[in-house]
Design a binder for this molecule. Structure first.
Ligand SMILES: NC(=O)c1ccc[n+]([C@@H]2O[C@H](COP(=O)([O-])OP(=O)(O)OC[C@H]3O[C@@H](n4cnc5c(N)ncnc54)[C@H](OP(=O)(O)O)[C@@H]3O)[C@@H](O)[C@H]2O)c1
Length: 261
């Protein structure tokens, strides 16, 4: 019997890896996407052996147009349908915008925004034709306010949350569920990649990827448009949205300046 297939971008570490482990344990076939093919192959073999599911590896740099087109084509296939797309691959840049290398900022926008939009479009076309499916777009609590010293990253995530909420609404009644997942500080390779150690952030505020994934899948099942995992993140998201933007950007600017040292 065919098992529902999930395509996960950024499956080689962190939140994407935790989604892969959880969904394999739940009996889903997987398509694993990221650049580090060796890691994906190891994971694919481990999950196929451990859970008797089918795993496919699609090594791709999603900032590259040709690689992205290959992944879009896989998402849109009707003969081997992808029933859940998890747009999770992403990275952040931290520091004074005036000093951050512009090419890296551009790659951040290509990955966090452009790849996510194109893959969502590929999935929506195929899923609405079938009258069912799900899409999780991984955003961040950073999406709810401007982020000084994290300017491009926060803006990409603001895009992701807004875009996802809009598409969620457009697809109401089609059988296709679309949800933004907005985690806070999560222990993954993210901080290292961004050259931001997260020092000074109280340990109480950190989550591991597993509870993030659990609450995301629960929220998707109940048809949420936005999922914020963890009580402290829910409170932070609510405060960010209630407080005047002039205040939140000023406070995060002061905090960001302190972290810059
Ligand atoms: N960790 C946090 O505190 C936090 C908080 C809020 C939101 N998020 C979001 O959560 C998502 C997952 O991040 P994470 O925390 O799990 O970080 P992570 O451990 O660094 O994982 C990032 C994943 O994205 C993949 N990736 C990076 N660049 C890519 C590219 N050009 N093409 C294809 N794949 C690429 C990486 O794989 P390869 O290097 O093998 O390509 C890796 O699998 C991101 O969208 C991030 O913005 C994270």
């Amino acid at each position: 019997m065919a098992r529902p297939t999930v395509l996960i971008t950024g499956a080689s570490s962190g939140i994407g890896l935790a989604f892969a482990r959880r969904l394999a344990a739940d009996g889903h076939d997987l398509v694993l996407v990221a650049r580090r093919e060796g890691r994906l192959k190891e994971l694919a073999d481990e999950l196929a052996a451990g859970h008797a599911v089918t795993t496919e590896v699609l090594a791709a740099d999603l900032t590259d147009a040709d690689d992205l087109a290959r992944v879009e084509a896989r998402v849109a296939e009707q003969t081997r349908p992808v029933e859940l797309l998890i747009n999770n691959a992403g990275f952040g840049t931290f520091g004074s915008f005036a000093e951050l290398p512009i090419d890296q900022e551009e790659r951040e926008i290509r990955l966090n925004v452009l790849a996510l939009v194109r893959l969502t479009r590929a999935a929506v076309g195929a899923m609405t034709a079938r009258g069912q499916g799900g899409i999780i777009n991984v955003s961040s609590v950073a999406s709810f306010q401007a982020g000084p010293y994290n300017a491009t990253y926060s803006a990409t995530k603001a895009f992701v949350t807004s875009f996802t909420e809009a598409v969620h609404e457009e697809l109401r009644g089609t059988g296709v569920k679309v949800m933004a997942l907005c985690p806070g500080f999560t222990r993954t390779e993210f901080q290292e990649t961004a050259n931001a150690e997260g020092a000074g952030v109280p340990s109480l505020l950190w989550q591991t990827p597993e509870p993030v994934v659990r609450s995301a899948l629960r929220d998707l099942r109940r048809g949420a448009a936005v999922s914020v995992p963890g009580v402290h993140n829910k409170m932070a998201a609510m405060l960010s949205q209630l407080a005047p933007r002039a205040l939140t950007r000023r406070v995060s600017g002061l905090a960001g300046r302190r972290l810059q040292g």
